[in-house]
Structures are given as C-alpha cells and as structure tokens.
Ligand binder design. Structure first.
Ligand SMILES: NC(=O)c1ccc[n+]([C@@H]2O[C@H](COP(=O)([O-])OP(=O)(O)OC[C@H]3O[C@@H](n4cnc5c(N)ncnc54)[C@H](O)[C@@H]3O)[C@@H](O)[C@H]2O)c1
Length: 334
C-alpha cells in the first residue's frame, strides 16, 4: 500500500487517482490546510492529520503495511515563504523530517519526494540539468533543498531510497480535478480567472527581463504527466533503484506574455494585463532539461503543448465556476 501525503492537494489528488486506476491501494494523509475534501480520491483511505504527527504516521504505516510514501505535503508559495520563512521551515522541513523518521521507524524505506526547480535559483545555464548548482533564492526553495539533503544523509546512514522529482510549473486539470489555491499564486489559473472575469486583470511582474518579450520564461507540465512520473519513480525504487534526483519539465519555455496570448486563443476571451514591478527572487528563465526523466524513468509526457494544457484547465474551470465547492473547513465559498 502507498502512503500519499498531501493527497487532497492539486498534484497529490491527481496522482492518488492515477495510482488507484493502476491498481494500487492508497492511504492519503493530509491536514486539509491547503487541500480540498472534494478532491480526495474516493477509493483511498483518508486520514486527516499532520505529517509531523509521528505516532499517527507510524500507526498508518504499520496498520496498512505501507511499502512506499509519495510525499507531496508542503507549503508551496514562494512569496509567503519570503514574508514568513519560519512557517516554511516548520512545515516543510521540521514536519518533513519527522515524517521521514516515522517512516524509517516503521520500516518504510522508499520515498518519492516533491522537489522543485526553485532549488536551482537563478540558472547559470538553460536548459537546466540535474547537476546544475543548487542555490535557492527564497526560503521555499531552501526548504525543499534541505529535504533533499536530509534524504541523502538518511540514504547513507539508514538505507532510505528516494527519488526527488524537481517539478517545473505544474498546470492543467483532469475532468474531475483542477487547481484551486487561495490565494492563487500561479500564472495559468490567474490568466484563466481573468478570462472568466473573476479578477479584473493578470498581474505581470516585470517586463524588462532578458527574454524575447521581457517577461520571465517558464516550463509548464501537465499535472497528469507529473502524476505518471511519480508512478514510474515508485516502480523504479521498487525494482531496487538507487536514490536519484530527476527534473520534470517539458524542455520548452514560454514567456508570461506568450501564455496570456495562448490563453486568449483557447478561451476566445479578452484578458487584461497589468504590468507590475519585478518580484525579488524571480529568475528570468526556468526551463528543464528533461533527458534524465526519459532515460532513467521512461517518462514521456502526453500533453506536450501549452494550448492543450490550457484547454484542460479552462474546461475544468468552466465546469467548476467556484472551484471546489467548499473550502477545506466545509465553509461555502462566496
Ligand atoms: N504546483 C507546482 O507548480 C509545484 C512545482 C514544484 C513543486 N511543487 C511541490 O509539489 C507539492 C504539491 O504541490 P501542490 O501544488 O499540489 O500543492 P497543494 O497546496 O495543492 O497541496 C499540498 C497539500 O499538502 C497538505 N499539507 C500541507 N502541509 C501539511 C502537513 N504539515 N501535514 C499534512 N498535510 C499537509 C495541504 O493541505 C495540501 O492538500 C508541494 O510539495 C509543492 O512544493 C509544486
């Protein structure tokens, strides 16, 4: 059985559903601080609790004979991590470390970990390969890099085997599951919310970067392709694979203005833009070299183009005008 932490969140819910579709038994552990009860996989066993609750994790691991953990649970807003770093180090690192300790105590030695391109910081070379220097420019990126380093040490000392999947920008939706964060820090949901008139304009932070149109370049990956990579990583570890770090990106970059233009074409709606000052710590180019994901894991994304990714998100948003119907606390959204 697989333990999925953060399985009520955006990427965790899609992965949890794909796992059961592929015949895996799943237990989800999520405190619903940022996830949605509605996005939980009905076929999974759900525990509402903290990853830092050591006794709970040991009990879950033993009662359900957990053989591996896919660890998504974390806070993931760069700006919030700059204004409140303590929150990020407590949740992502202290609780993350407690989770690893509890898993090891219960005999679970395989972990697939949600890492991020934010561990690289401002790139010296693009596309970014896994051996690129890691110099995060914000506490969120540091919290993920600390977890990578902790897992490396636990591999050396205790035989923990892990795959750190360094995602670039997750995007898109499945028929049932989409991206609904509050506040929403990600570009694509905001662009599509502007197309629906839910926000007056999309903020573009800086138009004087050294890119084709002055706005930052990012690499977008469909959430279902991220989900399938987790299952490949899990099977890689089950077949005795050594610990690894693997980028998950398409290898193609799109500037912010290109994303907005592509969204105008997909939605056939006007999208207003508001140019704002640069945000500190926003790199100009973040584009993955995805070669290792292909050669090591056999990963082949099935949503390679931006328009299709946007279309899946747009369809989900039209079908879910208020996002998930209620918040994690069961309150109705207004
Ligand atoms: N969305 C992206 O583009 C992106 C890119 C790179 C990395 N990541 C990483 O992927 C993971 C998932 O991202 P997401 O966008 O699905 O985030 P999300 O916020 O939608 O999901 C995270 C889930 O973890 C839960 N959670 C947080 N702290 C917890 C704790 N202490 N105990 C139990 N549950 C807890 C939240 O309630 C939420 O359901 C995160 O670790 C994030 O850092 C995301």
């Amino acid at each position: 059985m697989i333990l999925v932490t953060g399985g009520a969140g955006y990427i965790g819910s899609v992965t949890s559903e794909l796992l059961t579709a592929q015949g895996e038994d799943v237990v989800v552990l999520d405190n619903l601080s940022r996830g949605h009860r509605e996005s939980l996989n009905p076929a999974a066993i759900f525990y509402e609790g903290n990853i830092g609750d050591r006794d709970l994790v040991i009990r879950i691991a033993r009662e359900h004979s957990i053989d591996a953990c896919i660890h998504f649970a974390a806070y993931a807003y760069v700006g919030e991590s700059v204004s409140d770093p303590a929150r990020y180090f407590e949740n992502n690192v202290e609780q993350g470390n407690s989770l690893l300790g509890a898993l090891l105590e219960a005999g679970v030695r395989r972990v697939v970990f949600s890492s991020t391109c934010a561990t690289y910081g401002e790139p010296e070379k693009v596309p970014i390969a896994e051996d690129h220097t890691q110099k995060p420019t914000n506490p969120y990126g540091w919290s993920k890099l600390f977890m990578e380093r902790i897992m490396h040490a636990y591999d050396q000392a205790y035989g923990l085997k892990f795959v750190a999947l360094r995602y670039f920008n997750a995007a898109g939706a499945t028929e049932r599951l989409g991206e609904d964060h509050d506040p929403e820090p990600h570009l694509i949901p905001n662009v599509l919310n502007a197309a629906r008139g839910r926000i007056p304009a999309v903020s573009v932070f800086g138009n004087d970067y050294p890119t084709t149109d002055g706005t930052p370049t990012r690499d977008y990956v469909h959430v279902s392709d991220l989900a399938s990579a987790h299952i490949l990583a899990l099977n890689y570890l089950r077949s005795g694979g050594e610990s690894e770090k693997v980028n998950l990106g398409s290898g193609h970059g799109h500037t912010v203005l290109e994303v907005i233009e592509a969204a105008r074409e997909v939605t056939k709606r006007p999208i207003a833009v508001k140019i704002e000052p640069r945000r500190p710590g926003d790199p100009s180019h973040l584009v993955a070299d995805p070669t290792k994901a292909r050669t090591l894991l056999g990963w082949r994304p099935s949503f390679p183009d931006l328009s299709t990714i946007l279309r899946t998100d747009w369809d989900w948003r039209l079908g879910h005008p208020l996002g998930y119907a209620s918040s994690e606390n069961g309150k109705t959204k207004n």
